[in-house]
Design a protein around this ligand. Structure first.
Ligand code: 6R9
Length: 643
């Protein structure tokens, strides 16, 4: 394979040269315990660990630094106070650029976190309790996560774009008795009724999981209902009383984050304290190559893992200055990202290919009329970045000066896993690059045979790493089943991948029934379940198809109950129905009414055929001889051409 190789024109400061990478990588796989116990010293421990990784993939049990004790809020905030109390920790950039922004020094962040933690205590939150956060991208989102960590409570952040139904399911699943929310959120000038959604969600969970307390942050000042005894304003409960950090075991849970899988309801991925802390601290240091005084901006929402690891924990462990952005890339215009970069002199930006593609489409002038001189590193995450978008990011946004790091990782991996290191490695547009320290990728064929050298297969990771998820909350069996049973003794990522002759990895996308819509993971099964809840729907099959901006769009094949008609009105009704059940990010792009779904004689839906038809790839339908009704394929193709 021949690929264009890129080297940025400008020198970038680096914590790690190519030679150092090679040497450290070798040490990290040959003597992982010694390597990670040394990296663990990036954190402040109450009791330093002597144990490294103790793990098995069959049966599945994973622990790192088991005898260590620490608190991650202390590591993100308190420990910086002696030297960096006056350094800016967080810069808030509001949705409306005309609204006043705000920033917090590490000293002020400490005050805010303590106030939040005291409020949570008054609400009744104790060590080990699960606390659900349903918040906009505001500073209180960060302080709420840190306040939970301070008290040893387990945060479960639910993205503010999810519906009350989806929120209720996530509150029930982890038995959370506390919710932190805001009156409203703001996104692109629109008000998001967060508190009203919480009220609707709690009405749904009232019997199974009565919630004891809701802490409400006043953000827009919009009118909301407060339920006496249950709902409290933050300012009424907050206090400056002394609030020491709980001493946590390294393997005590830190957070649960729900993510979509190929089957069933979303999984509560559980991360623990020590390993996640070391992983986010170490990856942030090397991969973003952060230098003191620089401004780092990760555009992800704290409702996703990228926000957890690189808006909150990674930067704050490293005493960095991080931007918290409430808004969206196209409001008030398509130059907003670059306005924010200029206003706050951002040095490192970390965003998603879907945003890059959407901005690229609007033309270069939105970019070129802003300076961007402060930028020195560009990051990408969430989905494969197509070479065209990569080039635009590199040439137009970065003017060829700034390296791009294309970081591959997952909710389950805690932090970045495959990426080039800035300044150390050549970049290849479209390739994530090389494994980070301690990561041993393996490509396997569908029978589980290990592929050597340049090859394409399913991406597995053979050895545990500190940031690895420990379980699915409340369902350890499903954890083993989902990740460790497809290929015995390996963690299976669900992604397809190529490796070239230089050892660079090229992620090709999911090989399971998960689709990636604008960088958000969506289980096709979740959308199907939502569709069949509608009284007029008999059956539904959902697949992904290529979408210029979103990467993948949601394509739904729907059969209706007898006597129902596939009208435009019903089409709109079904779209609205899915939005209500899951949230706007799950809105179907295409609904294709059909009189049947292609099935094998044993009744299995042939998704391969449905995917091909949705992709407009009618020549490569493969073997259709096992279909119960072969003529159906012709009708589906006809329907696709009209869809
Ligand atoms: C961090 C995050 C994980 C899935 C993953 C893969 C895709 C993420 C990528 C990428 C190609 C990259 N993915 N980063 N694909 N190149 N740099 O996004 O976590 O929401 O759990 O999604 O996203 O398919 O399996 P999560």
């Amino acid at each position: 394979m021949i690929h264009a190789v890129e080297r940025p024109q400008a020198h970038t400061p680096t914590h790690c040269t190519a030679e150092q990478y090679a040497e450290m990588y070798r040490a990290s796989v040959e003597t992982p315990d010694a390597f990670w116990l040394e990296q663990a010293q990036r954190l402040d421990w109450v009791k330093a660990p002597t144990k490294g990784g103790e793990w098995s993939y069959d049966p599945v049990g994973i622990s790192w630094f088991a005898d260590g004790q620490l608190n991650l809020c202390h590591n993100a905030v308190d420990r910086h106070l002696p030297q960096h109390a006056d350094r800016t920790a967080l810069i808030f950039e509001p949705d409306d650029p005309a609204s006043p922004g705000r920033s917090l020094t590490y000293g002020q962040l400490h005050t805010e976190v303590v106030r939040m933690a005291n409020a949570l205590k008054k609400l009744g939150v104790k060590r080990g309790d699960r606390v659900t956060l349903y918040l906009p991208m505001i500073l209180e989102g960060v302080t709420a996560m840190l306040a939970c960590a301070r008290l040893g409570a387990v945060h479960s952040v639910v993205f503010g774009g999810f519906s009350p139904e989806a929120l209720a399911g996530r509150i029930e699943d982890c038995g959370s008795r506390f919710v932190i929310t805001a009156d409203e959120g703001l996104r692109g000038g629109k008000h998001v009724p967060l508190k009203a959604n919480v009220d609707a969600a709690l009405a749904l969970t009232a019997h199974a999981t009565p919630v004891d307390g809701v802490l409400v942050i006043r953000h827009t000042g919009g009118a909301i209902a407060m339920q006496e005894g249950r709902d409290h304003w933050l300012e009424d409960l907050a206090s400056d009383d002394d609030c020491p950090c709980e001493v946590m075991g390294a393997e005590d849970p830190l957070f649960i984050l729900y993510t979509s899988g190929s089957t069933g309801k979303p999984k509560g991925v559980l991360h623990t304290t020590g390993g996640y802390g070391v992983w986010t601290a170490t990856t942030f240091h090397y991969i973003f190559d952060y230098q003191p005084g620089e401004v780092f901006w990760c555009t992800a929402d704290i409702g996703w893992v990228t926000g957890h690891s690189y808006v909150v924990y990674g930067p704050l462990f490293n005493a960095a200055t991080a931007v918290v952005f409430e808004g969206v890339p196209n409001y008030p215009d398509h130059g907003r990202f670059w306005d924010v970069v200029d206003k706050h002199q951002v040095n490192i930006i970390y965003t998603a290919p879907t945003a890059i593609r959407a901005l690229m489409r609007e033309g270069d002038h939105h970019v070129t009329c802003r300076s961007r001189a402060s930028l020195r590193l560009l990051g990408s995450v969430g989905e494969p970045i197509n070479p065209e978008a990569w080039r635009w990011y590199f040439d137009t946004v970065g003017e060829g000066r700034c390296p791009i790091i294309d970081t591959w990782w997952q909710t389950e991996t805690g932090g970045c896993m495959i990426t080039t290191l800035p300044g150390a490695h050549d970049m290849k547009p479209g390739s994530a690059g090389l494994p980070f320290f301690g990561i041993r990728p393996e490509l396997v064929d569908s029978e589980g045979g290990v592929l050597d050298g340049a090859a394409e297969g399913n991406l597995c990771i053979t050895h545990s790493w500190p940031g690895q998820a420990r379980t699915i909350y409340g369902d350890h069996e499903r954890f083993g089943q989902t990740y460790f049973s497809t290929y015995a003794g390996k963690y299976f990522t669900g992604d397809g991948c190529k490796r070239d002759a230089d050892g660079y990895y090229w992620i090709t996308g999911r090989v399971d029934d998960v689709i990636n819509v604008s960088g958000h993971r969506m289980g096709t099964a979740e959308v199907e379940s939502a569709l069949v809840l509608h009284p007029k729907v008999a059956e539904a099959a959902v697949v992904g198809y290529p979408h210029d901006i979103k990467g993948q769009g949601i394509y739904c094949y729907v059969t209706l109950k007898a006597g129902e008609d596939g009208s435009d009105a019903l089409l709109a009704e079904l779209k609205a129905h899915v939005r209500k059940e899951i949230g706007p990010i799950a809105t179907p792009d295409i609904i294709h009414f059909t009189d049947g779904l292609p099935k094998t004689r044993s009744g299995k839906i042939m998704r391969r055929i449905l995917r091909k038809i949705a992709e407009n790839d009618f020549g490569a339908l493969g073997d259709t001889s096992t279909l119960a009704d072969p003529s159906l394929v012709e009708r589906l193709i006809e329907g696709r051409q009209n869809a």
